[in-house]
Ligand binder design. Structure first.
Ligand code: SF4
Length: 84
């Protein structure tokens, strides 16, 4: 289970985020290329854009379910971003 108190600062604000358990396996970037990006210098993924369509939402959920270390969360709202 990802921990929103342990998320990377690069994540754009909102629901989805990557926390510091990420091992930079690239799976989420493959699943949801419009929403996840890789910080190659620091060696971890982060959310570059929150989903803006049902398709992107499904891809983000797929990425979250596919993360081998459960570093992706979908409970990161609460910072002023709408939840839906
Ligand atoms: Fe990191 Fe998980 Fe994405 Fe792999 S799938 S890059 S471990 S957040």
């Amino acid at each position: 289970m990802a921990d929103k108190t342990n998320k990377y600062d690069e994540n754009v604000p909102g629901k989805f985020y990557v926390d510091k358990e990420c091992i930079a396996c690239d799976a989420c970037v493959m699943s949801a290329p419009d929403n996840f990006g890789m910080d190659d210098d620091d060696g971890h993924a982060f959310v570059i854009k929150q989903p803006g369509s049902t398709e992107e939402e499904e891809q983000c959920l797929e990425a979250m379910e596919g993360c081998p270390v459960e570093a992706i969360g979908d409970d990161g709202s609460g910072n002023g971003e709408p939840t839906d």
